[in-house]
Design a protein. Structure first.
Length: 323
């Protein structure tokens, strides 16, 4: 075979191989889902409940990658800057996906431009819990203790600008009370701060609160949602305690880097929503004090925009800044 013919053959083979490689089925390797919070946090629990079934449906392992820091902003930024190849996804929350865009002008990513929505996966109330050392049994006693002792109490949250932070700040504003904010990397860490005596209360997801409350180590006194939650039906709402405008839902969404192919986004959406609807999944989520939701990507975008419109005035009124 002459050198010219050999060159033509190689060129032909390469031209045939290109389309074949381009059509390699997705996924052809493990898929990573980044959790921008520590292990044991609500997004971490959610994705680990989904990961086995999702891996079976996709035919590839799901790797959970915890990247906590900056109230969830670090891990969210990492995914926003990742390659849009369908092998990196994100499960994040209200703060990094919406609230940070309002109060942090130096945010290194724009969730509305740098991330692609997959589905609104789950939601839960925040549960307000107090240290036994506060000697209060209800919301009225809790607020009165803060008002009578301005500056004496500290409270923990899952990060600056998180729902657990904002729900307390708006409560302080409406009740003319005061406590010092100490942010933590996750809801378990926020509750551990109560147990260690570093703070005296927190409003964080029930998955971190209720085991300690049932053990008598802290006291759960209210939920932040507008109505009583079926997850913790015995706990009153803040509205029942005389704060009718107090309502907040902690939610979790699955996202991907912007420009991830639409067919991959739609496949992930289809599989995750199907898993969320399975009775077995619903039972496990309830045990973890979560409610599965499941939405289209378009519905998630609409929800995020509504949340920004709902909370931007609150954030500005409270005077919250990244500093």
């Amino acid at each position: 075979m002459t050198q010219r013919r050999l060159l033509l053959l190689v060129t032909l083979l390469c031209s045939l191989a290109g389309p074949l490689l381009a059509q390699t089925p997705w996924p052809s390797k493990p898929v990573r889902i980044v959790v921008p919070f520590a292990p044991g946090s609500s997004p971490d629990v959610l994705v680990r409940l989904l990961s086995d079934k999702l891996g079976q449906r996709l035919g590839q392992a799901i790797v959970v990658d915890n990247r906590p820091g900056a109230g969830g902003n670090n891990g969210t930024d990492y995914v926003a800057k990742s390659a849009p190849d369908g092998y990196t996804f994100l499960v994040s929350t209200n703060g990094p996906l919406v609230y940070s865009t309002v109060f942090n002008p130096k945010l290194p990513y724009d969730p509305f431009k740098d991330l692609a929505p997959v589905t609104l996966a789950g939601g839960q109330p925040n549960v307000c819990a107090v240290s036994n050392s506060m000697n209060v049994t209800d919301v009225k006693g809790w607020i009165q203790a803060m008002k009578n002792n301005p500056g004496k109490y500290n409270y923990s949250s899952t990060g600056i600008g998180s729902m657990s932070h904002l729900s307390v700040e708006i409560l302080k504003l409406k009740t003319n009370s005061f406590a010092v904010h100490l942010p933590y990397a996750s809801s378990p860490a926020a509750i551990m701060a109560i147990l260690q005596g570093d703070v005296q209360f927190a409003c964080v997801p029930p998955v971190a609160v209720m085991p300690q409350a049932k053990a008598g180590k802290i006291r759960a006194i209210a939920v932040t949602t507008a109505k009583r939650s079926p997850l913790v039906p015995d706990l009153p709402t803040l509205a029942e305690a005389g704060l009718p405008d107090m309502q907040a839902l902690a939610w979790m969404a699955i996202m991907a880097p912007a420009k991830t192919p639409a067919d991959i986004i739609n496949r992930m959406n289809k599989e995750i929503v199907a898993i969320l609807k399975e009775p077995d999944t619903q039972r496990k989520l309830t045990t973890a004090y979560m409610e599965g939701i499941g939405s289209t990507p378009q519905e998630l975008t609409k929800w995020m925009l509504e949340e920004r419109a709902r909370w931007a005035p609150v954030i500005k009124h409270v005077g919250l800044t990244a500093d």
